[in-house]
Write a protein that binds this ligand. Structure first.
Ligand code: SF4
Ligand code: SF4
Ligand code: SF4
Length: 329
């Protein structure tokens, strides 16, 4: 379960998977920020659900005025805290991370290719990565066919980060426009990714695939490389992830953030929320975004999730079922 502690982001990535729910102006005055009592409620909810992991997201979570207090409180209660960040930290946050000695605090840095972002962002990210060291891991989103993720080798070695890269593929957002990889381009993207994973593996760095990768985006005769060049053994999976917004509004995951919004206070525990989304999305989960998914052996045997449900819904919509999203509101 992810807690979105602020809807403010100080960056504007073209593929932003969160854009239905966030503001990219960087204006913290206008932000919707999670209130202290609601943060306490989230912690209690997690603990009473026997969950020990707290994931903090935004927008950019470090722009929340009480970010440091929130993390200190969660660490003090024995939770493992992972901060999903773009690394554009204020001097106060930088200073705090530098002195925080907890081994239960981790950072997942969403980085873009250095040549595609302003020099100032590269400089600020470098400062944050230097503070995080082995507590930091790189995350990279694939949204362009000519992506090149090999630059992470330099970052990982220079700053002593985890020798792992979390890779996401940019999905469409149901009911919104964003930059994502069209269905027809996925195989080309998969082939390029395998080539670059081989380069990372030569440097002792493994990939971890995020949710929604269709198995058939990789050439069948090269699937073995997924095994040797990645850390997890779930190559094609789909949540629910479950995101909690700054007003305790909950949605299944960012690409489906316009759908099935509920309130955290209406559920007793995480398992109830999970079961709710499993049931509500059962009509679309695992059906697949391509016609051929229906008879695909990989889907039938549970080896492929059929791609991201936001892709499936978008295709249904574009193929004539224009009101499909309404059925999930
Ligand atoms: S850093 Fe994250 S939340 Fe901010 S614009 Fe980029 S993808 Fe969106
Ligand atoms: S629909 Fe599934 S694959 Fe797509 S983002 Fe949500 S959890 Fe991930
Ligand atoms: S289920 Fe669909 S997306 Fe997955 S491998 Fe088969 S055809 Fe591809």
């Amino acid at each position: 379960m992810n807690i979105i502690i602020t809807d403010c982001c100080n960056r504007a990535c073209p593929y932003c998977f969160a854009q239905e729910k966030i503001r990219m102006s960087g204006d913290t005055e206008q932000a919707h920020a999670l209130a202290d009592e609601d943060f306490n409620y989230c912690i209690d909810f997690l603990k009473s659900s026997n969950e020990r992991a707290l994931k903090l997201l935004g927008g950019e979570p470090t722009t929340h005025p009480h970010f440091v207090q929130f993390v200190e409180k969660a660490l003090g209660q024995g939770l493992d805290v992972t901060v999903f960040t773009n690394g554009l930290w204020s001097p106060d946050v930088l200073g705090w991370v530098e002195v925080c000695a907890s081994d239960k605090l981790h950072f997942l840095f969403n980085v873009n290719e250095p040549g595609l972002q302003p020099g100032d962002e590269n400089r600020r990210q470098a400062q944050s990565l230097a503070c995080a060291e082995k507590r930091g891991m790189i995350g990279f989103n694939l949204y362009r066919m000519d992506f090149d993720v090999r630059f992470v080798v330099n970052l990982i070695e220079r700053f002593g980060l985890k020798r792992e890269v979390r890779l996401g593929v940019a999905h469409p957002i149901a009911g919104q426009e964003n930059a994502f990889v069209p269905d027809a381009d996925l195989p080309g993207l998969g082939e390029r990714l395998l080539e670059q994973l081989a380069h990372l593996e030569e440097h002792d760095i493994l990939g971890t695939l995020d949710c929604g990768f269709p198995l058939c985006m990789f050439p069948e005769d090269q699937l073995g490389k997924l095994v040797t060049h990645t850390k997890s053994n779930a190559y094609s999976c789909c949540g629910p992830i479950i995101d909690v917004g700054s007003d305790l509004n909950v949605w299944p995951c960012f690409p489906l953030s316009a759908l099935l919004n509920v309130n955290l206070r209406d559920f007793k525990a995480y398992d109830d929320l999970y079961a709710y989304y499993e049931q509500k999305l059962s009509a679309v989960r695992g059906i697949g975004f391509l016609d051929r998914c229906l008879t695909c052996k990989y889907r039938i045997r549970g080896q492929c999730c059929g791609g991201c449900m936001a892709r499936t819904l978008r295709n249904w919509q574009q193929n004539g079922d224009v009101a499909v999203l309404e059925r999930f509101k």
